[in-house]
Design a protein around this ligand. Structure first.
Ligand code: ZN
Length: 213
């Protein structure tokens, strides 16, 4: 069972990928985690990726593609996998298809849809503690005192990435990149769209139902 999860930042892909993989008895990974793992191990690919990650820009395909294709060909992934954060453009999708051609290709591409308004609500309310890195959310898990950490009393701050303007940009980047992928996989008729605004358990059930079809 080879599954790809698509969805904007804030759609809950990471959580859902883990749950779906557990239900299916396969492994899961996010392309960002693979990048960090390569860096930690100091591999060639990790070294190539470092300057891009430090600048916070997208790591180029000639690093990302071999990294993911290495991972999917490892014995641990022989029963299948759930992958999120990859592919994110047509070049990556084509490389992925070529790699999987003799293994039956991707079985399902599941796109978790969340409206831009809801993504803004979820993402732009995040606050972190400067001292212990505890995470809070203005609406879903607010601290007891404004801008102060419940655990350690540290001062809370918003990452630049989580400010409304930056969140809007992240969503736009995703939409521009991924829109063509939706078309690409619709043509291959393996794409299903899942409502990501439902409660977490319901989204998990819908994903599981989609791969059983
Ligand atoms: Zn704290």
């Amino acid at each position: 069972m080879k599954v790809v999860l698509l969805g904007p930042p804030g759609a809950g892909k990471g959580t859902q990928a883990g749950r779906l993989a557990d239900s299916l008895g396969v492994t899961n990974a996010a392309s960002g985690d693979l990048l960090r793992e390569h860096q930690r191990k100091g591999t060639e690919l990790g070294k190539l990726a470092r300057p891009y990650m430090e600048r916070g820009v997208l790591v180029p395909d000639d690093v990302t593609i071999p990294m993911v294709t290495d991972w999917i060909s490892a014995p641990e992934q022989s029963k299948g996998f759930v992958l999120d954060g990859f592919p994110r453009n047509i070049a990556q999708a084509e490389a992925f298809d070529a790699e999987l051609a003799d293994k039956g290709g991707i079985d399902h591409v599941l796109c978790i849809n969340v409206s831009e308004e809801e993504l803004l609500r979820r993402l732009s309310g995040r606050w972190l503690c400067r001292n212990c890195q505890s995470a809070y959310h203005e609406e879903f898990s607010p601290p007891q005192k404004a801008e102060e950490c419940d655990r350690c009393g540290g001062k809370l701050y918003q990452r630049d990435d989580d400010r409304p303007e930056a969140v809007k940009t992240r969503i736009e980047v995703y939409l521009n990149e991924t829109e063509p992928l939706i078309g690409y996989y619709s043509d291959a008729s393996i794409l299903r769209k899942i409502d990501g605004e439902a409660p977490i358990d319901e989204v998990a059930r819908a994903l599981m139902a989609a791969v059983r079809i």
